[in-house]
Write a protein that binds this ligand. Structure first.
Ligand SMILES: [Zn+2]
Length: 71
């Protein structure tokens, strides 16, 4: 889920497993360390890299499932 980072103000995509840590910071899928903004803060702009990573992951899943059709 997207989490707005205090350090760059962007909303990064953080895997659910990261929330099992109670450290207050999380590793986003783009590799950025996210320091979670308080929930009262408005959402930041989506992180471009996270968006690309997310699309890449979904593209790979699609190819993995249907990639053999042409073979
Ligand atoms: Zn990011």
């Amino acid at each position: 889920m997207p989490v707005t980072c205090l350090s760059d103000g962007r909303a990064h995509d953080v895997p659910d497993v990261e929330f099992t840590r109670a450290s207050g910071h999380y590793q986003a899928i783009c590799g950025h360390t996210v320091y979670a903004a308080p929930m009262v803060e408005p959402d930041g702009k989506p992180c471009q890299l996270c968006t690309e990573m997310w699309e890449l992951n979904h593209e790979q899943q699609r190819v993995g499932r249907f990639g053999r059709l042409s073979g």
